[in-house]
Design a protein around this ligand. Structure first.
Ligand code: AMP
Length: 397
C-alpha cells in the first residue's frame, strides 16, 4: 500500500526524535508578513497564510526576484515563506529544516537584500557549513541568487591549496562561505577579519557538531560582533542538546520554524492546526531493510544495483552509503571489477578527486556513487533513484 494512502487515512509515518514542542513555529506573527500578503490572506487561518504567498509577497527587491524567476521557482517553499520575512524584519531564525526544503535561498536571499550595496571589503555575512561540497554548493547558489546585485562571494574550505583562498580573501568579499576548520586557520593567521559580520548562518548545525566543530564554531562566532549586534540564523535537521546549547548561547529570541521536506509536485508538507511541522521520513520514498550476512553483503549489493539498472533503468543514478572510508574503498573496487560505472567520495580522497566524482555522478557519466557521510546531507543531486546504506549507522538522526 503506498505511503500516501496510509497517511491520507490518518496513520502517521514514523517520526524522528524531534518533537514539535522543541521548536514551536512562531512565524505566523502577522507583523512578519508584507502588507500584500496580509491583505490577500485576510480571513484565512494563520496556517493558510503561508500558502497565499508568492515571491513578490516576501518583500524582496526586483533584482532578487528576477534571479529567482530565472531559476524557474514558481513559489516560495514553506521555509522560504517563513524565514525570508523574519530575516528581513531583523530577527534571528532557528529552523528545523532538512536538505531539499529550499533552505539555502531562505537565508541567502534576505541576507543579500539586507547587505544592500556591495562593499567587497571584509565579509559582512558568514555562512558556516560542515562539508566542502556543501560550502561550494552554497557559494554557487549565492552567486546565482545574487547575480543582479553585485555582491561578492568567496568560499573557503580545507583539502585544497590555501593560497588562492588567501588571495580571494585579500581581494575582499561581502559574503563568506566556509567550513569551520579552514576558517579557523585563516583567523589564526590573520588572513580575514570577522569584525564586520552582521549575518552569521550555521547551516547543518547538528552535523557540524557531529563532526567535532563545536569549539571552532564558538571561536568563530566569538570573533564576530556580539549576538545583539548581528543576526544569527541556524538550520538543523535534528535537535541534540548541543544544538540547543548553541542556539541559547549565540542567538537572541529567535523566530522558530520547523519544516519537513519540500515536495516538488506542490504537495503539502505543513502540519495541520497550529502550523507546526514535524520532521519526518519523506512519505514518498519507499524504505526497505534487508538483513544480510556480512560476508554476502557486497554480492547482494551488486544484485540490487544490477536489478535497479535493468532495461530502461540502466542510466538511473544510485547512491551507495558506507559507514567507513575503508568500506567505501572496498565496495568501490568490488563494483568496479564487476563492470559498474562507479565513482566514490570519502575523506581519503583529495578534494579534486571528490569534486570529479560528484561532477561525473551529477552528469550521469558514472551512475553509482559510493560515499561516506561526507555526502550524507545537504548535497543537491538531482534524480537519484535509489539510495542504499550498506551498513546502517549506529547513531540515530
Ligand atoms: P536546498 O534545500 O537549499 O539545498 O535546495 C534544494 C533544491 O531546491 C535546489 O535544487 C534549489 O534550486 C531548489 N529550490 C529552492 N527553492 C525553490 C523553490 N522556491 N521552488 C522550487 N525549487 C526550489
Amino acid at each position: 500500500m503506498p505511503r500516501a494512502y496510509i497517511e491520507a487515512h490518518g496513520q502517521r509515518p514514523a517520526r524522528s526524535k524531534f518533537r514539535p514542542s522543541d521548536a514551536l513555529d512562531n512565524t505566523n506573527d502577522p507583523s512578519l508578513l508584507t502588507a500584500a500578503a496580509r491583505n490577500r490572506a485576510a480571513g484565512a487561518s494563520p496556517y493558510k497564510v503561508l500558502h497565499y504567498m508568492n515571491f513578490s509577497d516576501l518583500g524582496l527587491t526586483p533584482e532578487l526576484l528576477r534571479a529567482v524567476a530565472e531559476k524557474g521557482y514558481a513559489a516560495p517553499t514553506p521555509i522560504q515563506s517563513r524565514a525570508i520575512p523574519a530575516v528581513l524584519a531583523g530577527r534571528d531564525v532557528l529552523a528545523g529544516a532538512q536538505t531539499g526544503t529550499g533552505k539555502t535561498a531562505a537565508f541567502v536571499l534576505p541576507i543579500l537584500q539586507k547587505l544592500g550595496n556591495p562593499s567587497g571589503r571584509a565579509p559582512r555575512a558568514l555562512v558556516l557549513t560542515p562539508t566542502r561540497e556543501l560550502a561550494a554548493q552554497i557559494a554557487e547558489s549565492a552567486r546565482a541568487y545574487g547575480r543582479y546585485v553585485g555582491i561578492r562571494t568567496v568560499v573557503v574550505f580545507g583539502g585544497v591549496g590555501i593560497h588562492p583562498q588567501i588571495e580571494a580573501l585579500r581581494r575582499g568579499c561581502d559574503l563568506l562561505v566556509a567550513t569551520p576548520g579552514r576558517l579557523k586557520d585563516f583567523l589564526a593567521e590573520g588572513c580575514v577579519s570577522l569584525s564586520e559580520v552582521s549575518f552569521a548562518v550555521l547551516d547543518e548545525a547538528d552535523r557540524m557538531l557531529d563532526k567535532g566543530f563545536e569549539e571552532d564554531i564558538k571561536l568563530i562566532l566569538g570573533s564576530c560582533p556580539p549576538r545583539e549586534k548581528r543576526q544569527t540564523l541556524m538550520f538543523t535537521a535534528t535537535w541534540p542538546t548541543s544544538v540547543r546549547g548553541l542556539a541559547e548561547g549565540f542567538m537572541v529570541n529567535p523566530v522558530k520554524v520547523t519544516i519537513g521536506n519540500r515536495t516538488r509536485a506542490g504537495g503539502d508538507e505543513n502540519g495541520a492546526g497550529n502550523g507546526t511541522v514535524e520532521l519526518q521520513a519523506n512519505s514518498r520514498i519507499e524504505q526497505k531493510i534487508e538483513a544480510v550476512d556480512p560476508r554476502a553483503k557486497e554480492q547482494r549489493l551488486l544484485e540490487l544495483l544490477r536489478e535497479a539498472q535493468k532495461g530502461s533503468g540502466k542510466n538511473d543514478r544510485i547512491l551507495v552509503f558506507c559507514l567507513y572510508k575503508k568500506e567505501a574503498i572496498r565496495v568501490e573496487q568490488f563494483l568496479q571489477k564487476r563492470g559498474m560505472r562507479v565513482a566514490s567520495i570519502h575523506g581519503d580522497l583529495r578534494q579534486d578527486q571528490r569534486t570529479r566524482s560528484l561532477e561525473s555522478f551529477k552528469a550521469g557519466t558514472t551512475t553509482v556513487l559510493v560515499a561516506t557521510d561526507v555526502a550524507a546531507r545537504g548535497l543537491d543531486i538531482p534524480e537519484v533513484k535509489l539510495v542504499i546504506n550498506v551498513t546502517v549507522s549506529c547513531t540515530h538522526h
